[in-house]
Write a protein that binds this ligand. Sequence first.
Ligand SMILES: *Cc1c(COP(=O)(O)O)cnc(C)c1O
Length: 222
Amino acid sequence: MTVLTNLAYVKQELEQTCSRIGRQAQEVTLIAVTKSVKTEKALEVLDAGLLHLGENRNEGLLAKYEEIGSRAIWHFIGSLQTRKVKDIINIVDYIHSLDRLSLAAEIQKRATKRIRCFVQVKTSAEEAKQGISPSEALDFIKQLAIYDKIEVVGLMTMAPYTENTSEIRHCFRQLKELQLQVQAQELPHAPCHELSMGMSNDFSIAVEEGATFIRLGTILVK
Ligand SMILES: *Cc1c(COP(=O)(O)O)cnc(C)c1O
């Protein structure tokens, strides 16, 4: 399938979901996750009119950045090892996986400009999922105030991979509730306007629950 064909399907789905719940499709930014495809395919994504690309490993990001450069807006969506921050921090536009103070300190040390960060929250009980627990998230975000290179633009989560849609919805709802709690604090360093949630298999549920960034791999580029 071409990216254009896939994109047409995604857009239709997104528009239907939005009209059903009274949201505007333009409120939702599509991030094309290109982690499992070659640069060629990422270029096809850009030619199809998408601007946001997501990668989850330094190697993939750097290889693609070499050819694409700042034609794209780059999102780092994977778990980020502290010692590898320096290699990518000044080419990415967004980091979706801020989940510990040691990582924040390293970003602060290496970034030459302010980095837009999502705090990753573990809303599901799955062992392997990264992220800070919901009960610790607010405190964690308050502690980020000392790092002037970090702007907490929003929260990010991954729902479990399951057929059980109410379990998925519950994860997204938790993230939304947490966002409201953070926003109520009116923290200058954490406007927290955005919610990064929803992947190929669950993006419609995420949009229903308030996602403003959805991260789509398979459904777009396969
Ligand atoms: C791979 C990945 C995605 C995209 O997954 P698909 O199911 O292929 O859409 C989104 N978010 C993160 C964090 C990922 O690692």
